[in-house]
Design a protein around this ligand. Structure first.
Ligand SMILES: Nc1nc2c(ncn2[C@@H]2O[C@H](COP(=O)(O)OP(=O)(O)OP(=O)(O)O)[C@@H](O)[C@H]2O)c(=O)[nH]1
Length: 909
């Protein structure tokens, strides 16, 4: 074909065609021939440079409907629904269309040349929608293939050939490809059968036909762009697919119409074609939406009813149920998403009879949850507490790493030595002697009433921490606490006294705590002492001296004359060496509260003994239900210090309140969490207190109290003390003073001076305030005076206890007094059929009155106490008989009266 003929076919001037060729990289003149390959290059070039133009068409539609929904209370509710639909059609009008037409025209010519190749054109009929889409119309022989390009998937940018095919398109593509393959096969067969020439001797152009058919196939596949696995594209196309899916029905009908096979669908949903093309999502939707009937009437689709129903889940859903320490039945049923009644039914099957509001414990709740096929996740309420307590850097050292860093971090620490023994056996004197102080002389009442902690530097450079415990019997708790903190115990036994009750108690504490003990036999300076006797006595309590073959070191000392003190210290150091006392000296500290008190100017003060790590000023601390930041610290010598290592006793300021002695103090990293834990602990304490109060006020107890209170008097106390330790000791001692007939009750226990609140509480509860080592505030004093509140001040524990005992005794003494108003001597005995035995008496003193209490005395011994039942003068009943007058006396329920007995008549005052 020449350039000129090609220009006519292409409907363009020769010059322009030459220019187009030139643009495509082929140099041509007006008289040159054009090969098929060159034509292809030109077409490709033109295709690449095509410019797509889109005509945009937007359609909007509104559907308003009313939905009747039945609500929970059985009433019908109307819901207005407005469905707005917007559809945008993108119609591509490409200048390439003209080229495509020309291309198809050339193909048509080839078809004419090969008119011997006649085939059934009814083999393939595919919708030709040239008006809307003329992207690639192709003609091959009698086969009319127009590639259908769905409007919905027209890309805005035609250069991008990436899109997702909807199922309908895929079907169409497959079908077209099959037909083209079939055609290719047929052309091949014809060539084989007929050879290269036709009946007129012309050469068949098989290759060209074949190429044309192959080109069709290629165009088809080009037009049906393949899927790209990009999320964005998929996302983008999913919307398009949705639109496409909705418009499929119309399209299919349109296609059938184009073919002259108009199908009328009575019910759109019943249409086979529609169901064929309905994709999976549509099918699912059809299953979910129960009644969505469409009626086709005069090409109008109407929605009759729109009712939604939900499918019940068929399989059981296994849930993870988080259970706290307690959970109510209703809460648990909510968590499992079942009705409470069903839950109760399950529990009844398990043999538990409970109500909806009843609270279940964690174990029971777990049993029920697992019985119902769910998974129980048990939550510990003190999780945060554990987390905070174990967050210290010392706790983060794993067991394996401990051995490796053992040498580095773990260092020797000073031994903590507790001095114990009976009261006045010389414990404080011994400490005074070691420390060169004079605490003994300043002690109120001459006794120790709190645990004292002191650091002592020994002559060889070592350090010992001493804890001095009280020896009075009331301080049992303090002694027990002292033993808990200690490494070694020095048991002081006075040589003149020997083993005494508190010595035995101390030995029991030592054995319970399983700590090594050194016995210091004190006051050896005194005369008439027998040390062997003491050793013998202690032997009975499993403390056998080394010289007797035992393991206990015995040291003879005199605290007053400073005899044997160095020997005792040597023994302590030796014992501590044997114990190899080591601990971590760095990191967040842990300490134990020895005692605490409330200082008017400094606030709460706590005496603590550091056990491990380093306690520094500014550290955030948590101690029981108190928290805070260390503001200042003082050592046992009263000096301000910045940090304290292990075995160092310090007095610290900065806690929110006075902690309970014996509690552990820890340094934490987060003040907010420390506060949370402290509040949680406070709340727990309150709950425990409330529950114990509730326990007391159960119906059974109330009845018991009613029965008992009819006979007993009540004594209410408010205990106020300077230190926490002393307050606890007072409470414990008061509890021990329980006497039959007296109901003692401690209304409140607190530390610090008597406040207005205490006074008001005392007035309301009619309580006696026991003030130990404290005073009353001015405001409190006013209330005390105005309300006449009984406040008793003490400085020594035994004074307090003696006073309370006296108080109890005064309550126990009887209030009614009997007075003798008359005396009569029995002269004779008569028997009366009506009144029984009658004693004939002479009133010797005072007056005899009927119905009065009487005592019958025989030989100066009271043989009966009873009531005077009848009093007669001769035959007359009288109320009283005066002295010197004879009378007949009848004693109620008593007949054993004899002549010579004396009758005492008593009157109650
Ligand atoms: N003769 C003599 N008297 C001593 C000796 N040691 C202490 N005392 C006296 O014993 C009395 C009691 O001494 P403390 O040191 O207060 O006794 P304690 O064991 O601390 O008493 P509590 O702390 O109340 O249990 C004091 O009067 C001391 O002077 C000693 O070695 N010889």
């Amino acid at each position: 074909m020449t350039i000129q003929t090609f220009a006519i076919e292409m409907q363009m001037s020769v010059d322009r065609l030459i220019q187009q060729f030139l643009d495509a990289g082929i140099t041509k003149t007006a008289f040159d021939f054009v090969t098929k390959k060159e034509r292809e290059i030109l077409f490709k070039h033109m295709n690449c440079n095509k410019i797509a133009v889109f005509n945009k068409l937007s359609l909007q539609r509104k559907i308003r409907s009313t939905l009747n929904v039945s609500s929970m209370d059985g009433k019908n509710k109307k819901i207005q629904i407005e469905v707005r639909k917007k559809r945008v059609y993108m119609v591509k009008c490409s200048i390439q269309d003209s080229y495509s037409v020309a291309q198809s025209h050339i193909l048509l010519q080839n078809k004419k040349k090969n008119n011997n190749l006649k085939h059934d054109d009814s083999e393939l009929v595919v919708e030709c929608n040239l008006k809307n889409s003329k992207s690639m119309p192709v003609y091959a022989n009698n086969i009319d293939i127009s590639v259908f390009t769905p409007k919905s998937v027209v890309e805005e940018d035609c250069s991008s050939a990436m899109r997702v095919l909807c199922p309908t398109e895929k079907k169409l593509e497959t079908k077209i490809c099959c037909v083209v393959d079939h055609k290719t096969q047929k052309l091949e067969n014809i060539r084989k059968q007929k050879g290269p020439l036709d009946s007129k001797g012309n050469k068949f152009n098989y290759d060209q036909d074949l190429n044309n058919v192959l080109e069709i196939k290629k165009n088809i596949s080009d037009n049906f762009h393949k899927v790209i696995p990009s999320n964005e594209v998929i996302q983008d196309n999913s919307n398009k697919l949705e639109n496409d899916r909705r418009s499929n029905g119309n399209k299919i009908r349109l296609r059938y119409k184009n073919l002259g096979k108009v199908i009328k669908h009575k019910r759109y949903c019943k249409s086979k074609s529609y169901i064929d093309i309905m994709n999976e999502s549509e099918k699912e939707e059809k299953l979910c939406v129960s009644t969505t009937t469409y009626r086709v009437n005069k090409n109008k689709r109407k929605k009759s009813i729109l009712l939604q129903s939900f499918n019940k889940p068929v399989d059981m859903i296994s849930r993870d149920v988080v259970i706290g320490e307690t959970i109510s039945v209703s809460e648990l049923s909510n968590k499992i998403s079942v009705k409470s009644s069903y839950m109760i039914k399950v529990m009844m099957k398990l043999g538990l009879s409970i109500t909806i509001n009843q609270v279940l414990d964690q174990e029971t709740a777990q049993l029920i949850v697992e019985e119902m096929g769910h998974r129980a996740i048990l939550r510990r309420e003190n999780e945060l507490e554990e987390l905070v307590m174990h967050h210290g850097d010392l706790n983060q050292i794993s067991d394996s790493s401990v051995s490796s860093i053992n040498k580095m971090v773990y260092k020797n620490r000073a031994p903590i030595v507790t001095i114990m023994g009976h009261v006045d056996h010389g414990k404080t004197s011994l400490l005074d002697c070691i420390r060169s102080t004079t605490i003994t002389s300043s002690e109120v009442g001459g006794i120790t009433q709190s645990i004292g902690a002191y650091c002592v530097n020994t002559a060889n450079g070592g350090m010992i921490t001493f804890l001095d415990t009280p020896g009075h019997e009331a301080f049992t708790r303090m002694r027990a606490q002292g033993v808990k903190l200690t490494d070694i115990v020095v048991l002081v036994v006075a040589a003149d006294d020997g083993v005494m009750p508190q010595t035995i108690e101390s030995i029991n504490h030592i054995h319970n705590a399983n700590v090594p003990v050194i016995v210091a036999i004190n006051k050896i300076d005194k005369s008439k002492i027998n040390i062997d006797r003491i050793k013998q006595e202690l032997n009975n309590y499993n403390l056998i001296p080394e010289e007797w073959g035992g393991h206990t070191q015995f040291v003879n000392i005199s605290a007053m004359l400073k005899i044997g003190i160095n020997d005792l210290i040597d023994s302590i150091l030796l014992q501590s060496e044997m114990l190899e006392l080591k601990t971590v000296h760095y990191g967040m500290a842990k300490a134990v509260v020895i005692d605490s008190f409330l200082d008017k100017s400094r606030g709460p003060v706590a005496s603590v003994l550091v056990r491990e790590g380093e306690l520094k000023c500014g550290n955030i601390i948590l101690c029981g239900s108190e928290y805070g930041r260390v503001k200042a610290m003082r050592n046992s010598f009263g000096r301000l210090i910045e940090s304290a290592g292990p075995s160092i006793p310090v007095e610290l300021l900065g806690l929110s309140g006075t902690p309970v002695s014996g509690e552990t103090l820890v340094v934490v990293s987060n003040e907010k969490k420390a506060k949370e834990v402290a509040l949680y602990r406070k709340e727990k304490k309150r709950e425990i207190k409330l529950s114990s109060n509730l326990e007391q006020s159960t119906l059974k107890n109330i009845f018991n109290n009613i029965n008992s209170t009819s006979k007993v008097s009540e004594l209410n106390f408010i205990v106020k003390s300077d230190t926490d330790g002393a307050a606890e000791v007072i409470c414990e001692s008061l509890k021990k003073l329980v006497v039959n007939g007296i109901l003692m009750k401690i209304v409140s226990v607190s530390i610090g001076n008597i406040t207005e609140t205490d006074a008001v509480l005392a007035s309301a509860s009619k309580a006696i305030i026991l003030a130990f080592n404290i005073k009353a505030d001015i405001a409190a004093r006013n209330i005390i005076e105005s309300h006449h509140i009984d406040v008793r001040y003490y400085a020594v524990i035994y004074d307090l206890l003696n006073s309370v005992q006296q108080l109890i005794c005064s309550k126990l003494t009887p209030k009614h007094k009997y007075e003798i108003i008359g005396l009569a001597k029995v002269r004779n005995i008569f028997k009366s059929p009506k009144n029984g035995i009658i004693a004939g008496c002479l009133v010797t003193q005072g007056v005899m009155k009927s119905h009065k209490k009487v005592k019958i005395i025989r030989n100066d011994v009271v043989i009966h106490e009873g009531e005077l039942e009848s009093l007669r003068h001769f035959k007359n009943d009288v109320n009283e008989i005066r002295s010197g007058v004879e009378c007949g006396v009848g004693i109620k329920n008593y007949n054993d009266i004899c002549a010579g007995d004396v009758i005492e008549v008593l009157d109650i005052k």
